[in-house]
Design a protein around this ligand. Sequence first.
Ligand code: GYE
Length: 355
Amino acid sequence: MKRKVLSALLCATMMAGMLAGCGNDSSESTSTDTKTESTDTAEAGDEADAADAKGDDDLIVVGYAQVGAESDWRTANTESFKSTFTEENGYKLIFDDAQQKQENQIKAIRSFIQQDVDYIVVAPVVETGWETVLQEAKEAGIPVILSDRQMDLSDDSLYTCWVGGNFVKEGEDAGDWLAQYLESKGKGEEDVNIVTLQGTIGASAQVGRTEGFGNKLKEHSNWHMLDMQTGEFTQAKGQEVMESFLKSYDDIDVVIAENDNMAFGAIDAIKAAGKTCGPDGDITIISFDAVKAAFEAMIAGDLNCAVECNPLHGPRVEEIIQKLEAGEEVEKIQYVDESVFPADTAADFIDGRAY
Ligand code: GYE
């Protein structure tokens, strides 16, 4: 019942945006039928309903297709969803960890469709290759909310909305910070050799940060990008790639790590190679996310700057779901405000960090 009302409202929203209409009558009734058959409440019967005011039938069922557990950022993001979508708050969360594999996420989305959840939330591991499975969700009348990373889709009506960080801006912020830092050291005109530890190739966080920093690179003819390789957003791979960079190049001035955990791996590799990093070191390191451990690394003198990417999307997605439940329209693209934290400010902010 709730689903039918919601589907109709979504149709109205989508049509208002001149987009294709959503599920036809037959797909709606199919999904409603499936729901009746598959819910626990239907099996439990009316008695249980009466006894338990917060029975499963009253809960909004949300399937979250999470990327994996590759970083501190990801752990904070998972925790944000798990602590928001609780039974006390009126939700049943079905959580799936895809171990950084798109095929696992596609399987999870199909299983959410089969279970006829009320909402599907996806943090897509990569940008492309989602049309078929999202079409299946659309035909089942299940709204899809994207969170964190974006999808590159030929048809925007395949998802309801997206909320996350502005990755291109984050990359540009990193470049701007580096420019003013070098300037303040009187090195604005010197040659600067840079390497980049990229995130998972094809993930919008990687694509955006590489593009954003690249925009700034073009503005400085004395900045030279020696190499860019993926460290898969993990500390272990970040360390491994940094070790190989250090073997290939003996004159690295700056490391751009597309997340904090790869920067932590790079710091270990740099120290193991007998070099130093951070504000007083040989190599300047800039990373993205600004998790608590990055503040610790800045205070320890190992990391120069952390560009913030906020992972606390649970409450943001809940607000979107509540608006949809109330029949309200939601913004299609919702960027989160983020800051830049240079090492000399780290001690002032570390205590207030929530992740
Ligand atoms: O930067 C990284 C995580 O998509 C913004 O994914 C997210 C990124 C984040 O693995 O640490």
